[in-house]
Design a protein around this ligand. Sequence first.
Ligand SMILES: [Zn+2]
Length: 119
Amino acid sequence: MHQDKLEGFKKVLLAKKNAILEHNAQHQSNVEQMRNIKGDEADYATMSAENTLEKSIFQKHRQELEYIEIALEKIENGVYGICEMCNEHIALGRLKAKPHAKYCIVCREIIEKDLKDKV
Ligand SMILES: [Zn+2]
């Protein structure tokens, strides 16, 4: 991949990474605040429901963060944008939509189909 494009993806990935880290820090302080508040039980239930939603977002972010780290490493190693399954180049349009994509669209579909079949 051209160096200019690579730098562009690196910037996008770093920006995403920072946004997630910021959100996670916010999440962390929210959780701590909730622990310090001792409301009545109804309030606690509401907070707990919100907390569950927050937690699933948090977990999703943590996984995304992992993928972003891997993508950044790939940029450093000069293997960014190469499908992990077939070693073909991942289409630029796909990388623009999902810069931390690990697989090309063809392999992605195979994997998704495979997962569905197992469920
Ligand atoms: Zn592939």
